[in-house]
Design a protein around this ligand. Structure first.
Ligand code: AMP
Ligand code: TRP
Length: 358
């Protein structure tokens, strides 16, 4: 560990940072183009990014460099980056209010990742639960699977982001980004804003429909009955929700009891989709005749919200040139922030940055 590295629980206040010379909150988040989007992505992350637009300065990044930490078919990767962009726009990401771009279009991310890996102790990375989980599933573990959170730290720190809205599964990675920022600041002088993870109180962990004790995830999202996908048609959504695993009882209630995880998950989805309180949600099911009624009501609200997204998505996919145009603008906006920051990092570390690269 770096001798003067702070402990991982060191308190920090991003607003008090002397290097922050702009007003307003800056938000950064990312999402991998590595599978079809599901309801968990939507409720845990995307919808929150959409709602935050305008009130904050937002950067949303399609993290293709992260996606290749497990093998991606090259043709498919290209297609998936476009599809994800279209789905984000269809979900309400507004390119006039959000800088939406692809990570590999801004070279500073890869370069900053190397620089930050030089201040990141190996032990911090080996402790990451996502690394432990994912590496168990691989025959040959690639180096980048381990260094993945350093690239994520680079993504965030290059933009001096104040807030990082993500689902619960990313909390540990954002905490690592904070530790990396603090270590760098201690070693080379104040350089980075220390970012805060922003995790929703409700919906930060939407569970799988076929196994409500596991989170809904992209890697299993195409397995039958696992998830509602954002490009599913109405019949698929209805079928997936009707088949959702519940318990053998009849009690429709919010509960931490693992037995009730399926019902709890369905109620959470309903609550988020309708914007109702827990009480109002339960009141809607006071006269329900069983889980069948609950599943039908959840399917109705999900279908109503997903249908226009799917329709906009299909229109957007018909015009790939327009998607590329929007991404080119987003990348330019991102580079305008990331490139000077990279120069600052390099200068702090002692590189003589040639005038042409400033
Ligand atoms: P990923 O699918 O790993 O690219 O995640 C994209 C975003 O969706 C991240 O902010 C995740 O934390 C969030 N997310 C992924 N799965 C879920 C889930 N089951 N519930 C809530 N949020 C999720
Ligand atoms: N690791 C994140 C995920 O799988 C994606 C990501 C990459 C990200 N860079 C980021 C999220 C920066 C927030 C900020 O969901």
């Amino acid at each position: 560990m770096t001798p003067n590295a702070p402990s991982s629980s060191a308190p920090s206040s991003p607003d008090a940072s002397p290097i922050k010379d702009r007003s307003g909150v800056r938000v950064f988040s990312g999402i991998q183009p590595s599978g079809r989007l599901h309801l968990g992505n939507y409720l845990g992350a995307i919808r929150r990014w959409v709602h935050g637009q305008g009130a904050t300065e937002s950067f949303i990044c399609v993290v293709d460099l992260h996606a290749i930490t497990v093998y991606q078919d090259p043709e498919q990767l290209k297609r998936q980056s476009r599809e994800l962009t279209a789905m984000l726009l269809a979900s309400g990401i507004d390119p006039d209010r959000t800088h939406l771009f692809v990570q590999s279009h801004v070279r500073a991310h890869a370069e900053a990742s190397w620089l930050l890996s030089c201040v990141t102790p190996l032990g911090w990375l080996e402790r990451m639960t996502q690394y432990k989980d994912k590496s168990q599933k691989q025959k040959s573990i690639k180096t980048a699977l381990l260094t993945y959170p350093v690239l994520q730290a680079a993504d965030i720190l290059l933009y001096d982001a104040d807030e990082v809205p993500v689902g619960e599964d990313q909390k540990q990675h954002i905490e690592l980004a904070r530790d990396v920022a603090q270590t760098f600041n201690h070693t080379y002088g104040e350089t980075f804003v220390v970012p805060q993870p922003k995790i929703a109180k409700v919906g930060a962990r939407i569970m799988a429909l076929d196994d409500p004790t596991a989170k809904m995830s992209k890697s299993s999202s195409t397995a039958k009955g696992h998830a509602v996908l954002l490009d599913d048609d109405d019949a698929d959504i209805l079928r997936a929700l009707k088949r959702a695993v519940t318990d053998s009882g009849r009690d429709i209630c919010f509960s931490d009891d693992p037995e009730k995880a399926g019902v709890n998950n369905l109620l959470t989805i309903y609550q988020l989709m309708t914007g109702k309180s827990q009480e109002a949600t339960l009141a809607d099911f006071a006269s329900a005749r069983g889980y069948g009624d609950l599943k039908k009501a959840v399917a109705e609200v999900v279908i109503e919200e997903i249908r226009p997204i799917r329709e906009r998505y299909r229109q957007l996919m018909d015009d790939p040139a327009e998607l590329d145009r929007l991404l080119a603008i987003g990348a330019e906006q991102a580079r305008a922030v990331a490139e000077p920051k990279l120069v600052e990092i390099k200068e702090k570390m002692g590189f003589a940055v040639p005038a042409a690269l400033r």
